[in-house]
Design a protein around this ligand. Sequence first.
Ligand SMILES: C[S@@+](CC[C@H](N)C(=O)[O-])C[C@H]1O[C@@H](n2cnc3c(N)ncnc32)[C@H](O)[C@@H]1O
Length: 275
Amino acid sequence: MTASRVDFSGVPATMLKTLHLRALDAGSANPVLGDHHAAQAVRRIDHDWRRLDKRGAANAAYAVALRGRIFDDLVAEFLRQHPTAVVLNLACGLDSRAFRLQRPAGSDWFDVDLPEVVELRRDLYAEEARYRMLAGSVTDPRWLGELPAHRPALVVAEGLMMYLTPERNWELLRRLTEHFDTGEVLFDGVAPWVATTTQVLKGYFHRWYRSPAYLTSHRHYPGIIAETPRLRHIADVGVLSDTDAAPDPSVRRYYRIVRKLVDVEDSVRVFRTGF
Ligand SMILES: C[S@@+](CC[C@H](N)C(=O)[O-])C[C@H]1O[C@@H](n2cnc3c(N)ncnc32)[C@H](O)[C@@H]1O
């Protein structure tokens, strides 16, 4: 157990949700991601997890686990091709990607998040040779200067860009592609209808709706990429493009119903860009 009770508000609180969802997946009969580090972390953190044990959590756990797996596969492929890569995992929260994946001996990995999140993260995970945790805002240009710039770089931003304004995302991408010689940036984004829904909920039902609103949707990305010198779109994929493959029949049923109402496939997409 962590020494003091953990409670965050605003965007940092969202990483407790994704952690909890990955732990749910890990504990399910047929895990999609199987992140046992998440399950362990949930046991170790003193937090009122019951508030997150809502009906329908298995549906969200499936989406978050699938998103994590898509990112993991892309990172693993990059590391296979570039064993001396520098990986910069932005807004890492309590995610265990650095320990889930095989890191080649010649690679370096940096996990970055806000200071209060990194403080908690240090209670759960230890730094190792060629694995470091950096405390700072992704909007702060200072810490980037410390990182090796002349090796292939892989920047990962899972569950981050929707919380920043389009302007801040553009500044971030521009700074990253100016710092590193070459590499890829992986990020995800939500559909415009998803972002608008959170903004309406936040605007009118803020007492009940505690989550932060999404400020950027994936409709902004083509413009942001086009405005970022050197950055090019490589591919993107809908996280929920094949929900009939969900191992849990109740999750399959849920998405079959939701699919009739909204464009589920487009709701969350993972983008691969290069420079
Ligand atoms: C939805 S969580 C995602 C965490 C992790 N990537 C995962 O998938 O579990 C959003 C994360 O963004 C981080 N974050 C938000 N704004 C940030 C900023 N300006 N600088 C660094 N991290 C930030 C939060 O602290 C939080 O950990």
